[in-house]
Design a protein around this ligand. Sequence first.
Ligand code: 2YG
Length: 274
Amino acid sequence: MTRLVADDIRSIPSTIGLYDSELKKKTGSSLKEIAETAVGCPVGLFSPGDVLVAVIPVTAGFGKIEGFPEAVNAIVNHLGFNSFITVSPDVKGLTEAYDSAAQVIMLADDHIFAAVNLKNRKVIDNGHATAKGYIAALKSMAGNLEGEKALIIGAGQVGGKAAEYLADLQVRMAVYDPDRSREKNLAERIKGQYDIPVLSGLNLTDAMKDCKIIFDASPAKAIIRESDLGADTLIIAPGMPLGLEEKVSEKVISRTIHDPLQIGVATMLYDCLV
Ligand code: 2YG
């Protein structure tokens, strides 16, 4: 699990509007629409303005990340929810959230970033929601993916969930992780659960061959080179930092989906409300 740093998220509150319009241009859907479709939220199930969300800073472990509560709160607010950051962190913040009659609380330590719905008792993990939201964004951008080939880079929680969602869409895939046993386990698991081809044991360049989709859920830098990309390859990259070389990312920005928090936060919130 990659730990964000202040520089990754500092600009989110001031750019969330611009981010959303760019996402809409790229995928055809807004952040709210992507979150709604990702979780299958029936239209009109609730009105965001009626939902009070408390974001609670947490000092446990490595402590607070400067700007993290503010970034989460800005994304939730942008989606039209009634949200606030508790004055106190940790347990005191939890009691404040409860006393304020918040319906949902969002908080993260170094292990889990969760959305907890105090009404329906659903607990949604950011990692799982990030995979779900990014695949919804991919579907919105690319339409029917059946028979296409994808490479999953990173066989951790996000990459593993994404592999399942892609397999549900009948997408053939290759899996790559520097930890070869983790790579193999994921490949075997997907092959066992779905009857689609899953390649593993390849070097990265061979694994990327003929891929229409590169799903980068790894923390690796500059792992994807220009020579690895086809003219219409889609880069779906929840991993931080973006795994594209700088000079490449400008060229493929229109077919790259990447953000440090936005899609995962929007999806986890909707997921705990449906
Ligand atoms: O409350 C705070 O400020 C800190 N306790 C937050 C710590 C969050 C640690 N987790 C991460 O940085 C990421 N797993 C968050 C989600 C990243 C999604 N790409």
